[in-house]
Ligand binder design. Structure first.
Ligand SMILES: [Cu+2]
Length: 654
């Protein structure tokens, strides 16, 4: 299971890649030893590359790009942050950059790239080849020499190139950048390109030792390297702040040049994934419609092109939903003291997060008319009490929620952990008074809901200008106003990036029904994947934790035979990507995909398929399952992506 900072190493250790890596590193170290005396450059400053300016120059139908690789000093957390010594690319005559210089040409242009290696180690460069379906051999450049390569653009799309001075078989460090081919005859989109890269404190020698070891996990634990993920060379809260006008169309290309998978989540709005790729190919997604999501999984080496329209003003976030990738443990500088209390401090610009997070501010439209007065309707009143639950079977404290249909909480409110379904109706205004009965502050995010910024649940950020939402302190309350515009399956959860709060049960399902429909738990089944007892120490997720469904290790349901059932699957574990299947008599049954993140799936994908889905943290999926007549048993099988069994639930059909 890829839960934590061990992941790069587990991934690299797959047998085929391992051989490659080890030979690469061995030869790298050998050559470095012999040439070190002849090539030595002082590290130079590295600047962040916002990917708005293509490298090189175009003359006729040829783009000429002159790259160099050298040692640099990089400050991903800004000038007050720590200085990292890294290998980086730059253009000849310009500063080194992270990510590497942007290669962007029109389709049909021939690309001539030279690569001067000012490092003391050989460099292997991947991805400098035509995107035409052919092979893409790497280019090796010895220290102190210049290599060159010339290739045609190939097909339009979002691609990448990357290099390693450590013999890594996958993009692993900072020598990596975007390669974009625009369609011939079209001016480039007014888009933005975001390249996610990763850094860790391993030296090539340490990496080589870990890759060669059988007990690589233990070795990694023994070294405990620092690790961080950055967007366009910077770590939150230093990442670029994006500003858009309401109703303007936003187009992004996102490229994952890390060893990890990242489920990328946008607050407050759907985005439509139009294309995705792996660096070599780039293909349309979901037919002509694209795929409407609030979270999209970007695998290692993966790319996506997406579009969204900010319809509401205020502050929003786009971030990886894996807590280990955005927790304060990813902060390298002052935040090395990443105790939970730090994120509770008012005015802390980190919001308790670090690494791969982008902040977005949506301003009013240029010629905005004053907002029309909303019709006077009395909102439905709900109270959501956040409190301490009963201790679990191991005697550990839990946290949870109680929801009541009134403006004031009932005195004897018993919280359930995780929280009960919060059922709202499309188009019906509701006021939820969130009452904090914990001994610590919290803040609740309404994941996937198209909501006003102020109520989005990111304390110190949600809102606009000086008016941002407060943390909900103990014995205080916060009134949230929501009018859900869409029926579907969503999530409420603590937005403190705190393993303890989340894995103690501060999450629950949020269901929006169509007006006039009611939520019928006899045929409408919520399955919330969570994790119990998770905690993070020095960036390593403790092992003694378990995946649970609706809070249970062995959940059970009784479903009516010969009836159509709706399954609402939610993953709100801290860090997991899980494979969920429905199995009957050793065979996967059929189900019909209905929605992803609350939005209908593309019509081409709504046919019955085998009941197996990979679901990452921050995703929801709805399926329809027709229970056959007669008695029977269906198993809910939940596994990690490596196939390790996590939860087995029983569905009694009768
Ligand atoms: Cu991530």
């Amino acid at each position: 299971m890829c839960l934590n900072t061990l992941c790069p190493h587990i991934q690299i250790a797959s047998a085929r890649l391992m051989r490659l890596a080890v030979t690469g590193i061995a030869s790298a170290l050998l050559v470095a030893a012999t040439v070190q005396a002849s090539v030595r450059h002082e590290p130079e400053p590295v600047v962040a590359n916002d990917n708005t300016r293509p490298a090189g120059r175009v003359a006729g139908d040829t783009a000429t790009i002159r790259l160099r690789a050298a040692a640099g000093h990089w400050q991903p957390e800004g000038l007050d942050g720590p200085v990292l010594t890294i290998d980086a690319f730059g253009e000849e005559g310009a500063a080194l950059t992270v990510p590497a210089p942007l290669i962007r040409v029109a389709e049909g242009v021939s690309i001539a790239v030279s690569i001067r290696n000012d490092l003391t180690t050989p460099l292997r460069v991947h991805g400098l080849c035509a995107r035409d379906g052919g092979a893409c051999p790497p280019v090796d450049v010895q220290p102190g020499t210049t290599g060159s390569v010339r290739f045609d653009s190939g097909r339009p799309g979002t691609y990448h190139y990357w290099a390693t001075s450590m013999g890594s078989p996958i993009p692993f460090r900072e020598l990596a950048g975007a390669l974009v081919v625009d369609p011939a005859g079209h001016a480039p989109d007014r888009d933005r390109i975001f390249v996610i890269t990763e850094w860790n404190s391993l030296t090539p020698a340490q990496l080589g030792e870990i890759l060669r070891a059988d007990d690589l996990s233990e070795r990694f634990l023994a070294i405990r390297p620092q690790l961080t993920f950055v967007i366009n060379g910077l770590s939150w809260p230093t990442t670029e702040r994006l500003t858009y006008r309401r109703s303007e169309v936003v187009r992004w290309r996102v490229i994952n040049l890390t060893s990890q998978t990242h489920p990328m989540h946008l607050h407050g709005f759907y985005f439509t994934v139009l294309r995705e790729g792996d660096g070599r190919r780039d293909e349309p997604v979901g037919g002509s419609e694209g795929r409407r999501v609030v979270t999209h999984v970007l695998p290692s080496g993966g790319t996506m092109s997406l579009q969204w329209t900010p319809e509401r003003e205020g502050n929003w976030l786009f971030h990886c939903h894996i807590m280990a990738h955005v927790s304060l443990a990813r902060r390298l500088g002052a935040g090395a003291s990443h105790d939970a209390h730090q994120q509770h401090q008012h005015g802390d610009p980190s919001l308790g997060m670090a690494g791969m997070v982008l902040g977005i501010t949506v301003l009013p439209a240029r010629n905005a008319l004053p907002a029309a007065d909303r019709p006077e309707t009395t909102p439905r009143q709900l109270t959501m009490t956040v409190g301490r639950g009963a201790d679990d079977a191991q005697g550990k404290p839990t946290m949870g929620f109680a929801i009541s249909e009134a403006k004031t909480p009932e005195a004897d409110n018993q919280v359930s952990s995780p929280g009960p379904p919060l059922v709202l109706r499309r188009g019906e205004p509701v006021e939820i008074t969130v009452v904090n009965r914990l001994a610590e502050p919290t803040s609740i995010h309404w994941h996937g809901l198209e909501i006003e910024s102020y109520y989005d649940g990111v304390h110190g950020w949600s809102g606009m200008g000086p008016t941002t939402a407060p943390m909900i302190e103990p014995d205080r309350s916060f009134v949230v106003r929501i009018t859900p515009p869409r029926a579907g399956t969503f999530i409420y959860h603590t937005h403190l990036h705190d393993y303890r709060q989340l894995s103690s049960g501060l999450y629950g399902p949020l269901i929006v029904t169509e007006p006039g429909e009611s939520y019928d738990p006899a045929v409408d089944h919520v399955m919330v994947l969570g994790r119990r007892d998770a905690s993070e120490a020095a960036g390593i997720l403790a092992d003694a934790t378990s995946v649970v469904v609706n809070g249970e290790r062995m959940p059970r349901w009784v479903w009516r035979a010969n009836e159509r059932h709706r399954i609402r699957l939610i993953n709100i574990t801290p860090d997991d990507i899980l494979t969920v299947s429905l199995i009957k008599e050793d065979a996967v049954v059929q189900w019909r995909p209905l929605t992803k993140d609350g939005a209908p799936v593309p019509s081409a994908e709504s046919e019955p398929v085998p009941a197996r889905v990979k679901i990452a943290v921050g995703e929801t999926y709805d399926f329809e399952y027709d229970a056959p007549p007669g008695r029977g048993m269906v198993w809910l099988d939940v596994r990690s992506t490596s196939g390790k069994w996590q939860v087995q639930g029983q569905v009694f059909v009768k």
